[in-house]
Design a binder for this molecule. Structure first.
Ligand code: C5P
Length: 230
């Protein structure tokens, strides 16, 4: 069956937290003039609303109902991407470490992943989409024209995330953050539904020891190279 959406190009950028994935994806989307899907924000917002409504991860019917009813909107503002759930701005609370931990718990559940799949695919709008997540290249957009998997050592990722959170007033220790990130990564990598792993045709870019500009230039060069091959 032909799907008109499949002619719209998708760049998949996957990887664990602290690789600079979100920053790179949004800069590349700006550079190309394409739309951007921050799928982590979708899982974070979903988990936030589930917790607010006392829907536990083992309440299958409650989760099904929430998938049907929830309204999640992404609003691009000068201050960055705002996330609204059922009309309420939830950006600050979902971006916290607690928000990431909750997202990872609900993201393990196959019915949640299946339920959020269509919403993600609907974001494939002309002229193109940069999709940022864990399973963009493996599950959501297996036909992406280029799949990039950003990685970095666990030590560097924790340090980067720590610096990022410090700017927002985070008062925890680097040691505690390192432990939380390691736990969340293990949960994402070891789950049975869409585990965090590079697609077989992904290009792995190690960002350890590289600045954002260097990684951005590397990704843009890969895009140009791929477009020339087509
Ligand atoms: O990317 P971000 O840190 O915002 O993602 C939060 C959590 O959402 C991840 O740790 C992961 O458990 C989940 N997630 C996912 N699949 C995606 C994006 C995020 O399972 N495509």
């Amino acid at each position: 069956m032909s799907n008109p959406d499949q002619s719209i190009p998708v760049l998949a950028i996957d990887g664990p937290s602290g690789t600079g994935k979100g920053t790179i994806a949004s800069r590349v989307a700006g550079h190309l003039g394409w739309h951007m899907l921050d799928s982590g924000a979708l899982y974070r917002a979903f988990a936030h609303v589930a917790v607010e409504n006392d829907i536990s991860p083992d309440d299958a019917s409650g989760l099904q109902e929430l998938i049907r009813a929830i309204d999640i909107a992404f609003i691009q503002t000068d201050a960055g991407l705002k996330i609204a759930a059922d009309g309420t701005d939830v950006t600050d609370c979902v971006r916290s470490e607690v928000g990431g931990k909750r997202a990872s718990i609900f993201a393990k559940i196959p019915l949640v992943r299946e339920g959020l799949l269509e919403r993600q695919r609907r974001m494939r709008v002309a002229p193109g989409l940069v999709a940022d997540g864990r399973d963009m290249g493996t599950v959501v957009f297996p036909d992406a024209f280029l799949k990039i998997f950003l990685d970095a050592s666990a030590y560097i990722r924790a340090q980067r995330r720590y610096n990022q959170l410090k700017e927002k007033g985070f008062s925890g220790t680097l040691r505690a953050l390192r432990k939380e990130i390691a736990e969340r990564d293990a949960q994402d990598r070891n789950r049975s539904a869409s585990p965090l792993t590079p697609a077989s045709d992904a290009i792995v870019v190690d960002t350890s020891g590289k600045g954002i500009v260097e990684v951005f230039n590397e990704v843009v060069a890969l895009i140009e190279e791929r477009l020339l091959e087509e």
